[in-house]
Design a protein around this ligand. Sequence first.
Ligand SMILES: [Cu+2]
Length: 472
Amino acid sequence: MKKGLSRRQFLATSTAAVAASALGGRDVQGQESTAESRQKQANGPDSAQSSFSRYSRYHPSFGGPPESDHYLGKLVPGLRQSGLPPVPFEAPDLGKIPWRMVGGVKEFEIRCTPVKREFLPGQFMNVWGYNGSLPGPTIEAFQGDRVRFVVHNELPEPTTFHWHGLELPVQFDGVPGLTQDLIPPGETYVYEYDLHQTGTFFYHSHVTMQESFGMAGFFIIHPRIAYDPPVDRDFGLIFQNFFISPNTATPDSMAMNWNWHTINGRSGPYTTPLVCKHGERVRIRLMDFSPMQHHPIHLHGHTFWLTGTEAGRIPPNAWVPRNTTLTGVAMAQDFEFIAFNPGDWIFHCHMTHHMMNHMTQQVGPRIRQKVDVSRYLADLPNRPPVESSLAQPAFEVPGYPQKMQGMEMNAEAMRKLNERRETRGMRKQWHEGVKGLMTVLRVLPEDLYNRVMHSEEAIQPGEIFEAVARRK
Ligand SMILES: [Cu+2]
């Protein structure tokens, strides 16, 4: 957007530009059948642009009527051309499992391991996962691949591997007793099969208590050529819950309450923002691997289309526009949208207790002062004193505006939050609004995107946010 124009002036200008391009002979006003517009789209980005020019990818745009391909950006292609392989999948804060080709088979090596995962700066939790990561690193493969997984059990107890959503030979389905024996500690087991599906799948231990210790990961199977309309970004987020008592660091896998909420193994504000360029078509794949809780996930500033489930791609005529999508336990959902609205947009579960980790951070210090309590266990009368705030009678009154205790981040925690490239130039206090099962989608105009993601220039807190807000 040109500097100095108000938002209203800008929208008026761009409408005039669309009208002018129609006069210039581009097919803007004429009625097109869906088949014709798809044909144009298949012919390349220029014709695709003209087909969809009644929808702007650079400012909030309706593009109606609801039956049309441009309604809410439904089939507006990404900036990437059709007919190419899909863009690589990105799950912030998670790696990928490397593979090597052995006799025409993609071979992956996986270790089932205890993991120390930093949920928040300085808060390391004892959980389980794969190759030292919770959730496990992503398996990324293509339709038609033959895959082999060499699985080493480095846990202190037996485990198995289940490939959630895959249609595969029954002896590799990973259900203890029913289809295979448990893999004892220290042993190795090999799974091998062909992939004929595409979509957002996942792998997990099929031992229940290990699931509530976090043992899961993405299994992304791409088509050889990306589906139309092609996307420019392909992000993935795994939601998990744990019950971890105040002043402890190990989940209680028998608990029925869940007080720590993570996305890709971190709690907000330590979740890493998804950063994209203004105008791109973005896909986000959500996967809920919480033991017992479903998550209504809400994105601000954009309407998106549900384009896939844990069973794969949905035909476009069945796509549903949403602002919030309920992702249930063991479900995956893909959605897509055009990132037409620059800014830092909160992207969060709408369950109120999932938006604050049940105040675990705050509850801890209220119950006991932050000291090692082990020496008091045999000496209960002399255990650490209760914080005086707990004795305040007003806290007993429902609805009383309780001051949250211990919310302040120390300097070291703030450094960890802000040393990440993805958070550069966000407002100084950005972390105050990002808690628990929350992350941020950053939509940045190209010049600002390059400053944040590729330059080594110093960027002051709030500088990028202010620049975006000024341009509107
Ligand atoms: Cu939730």
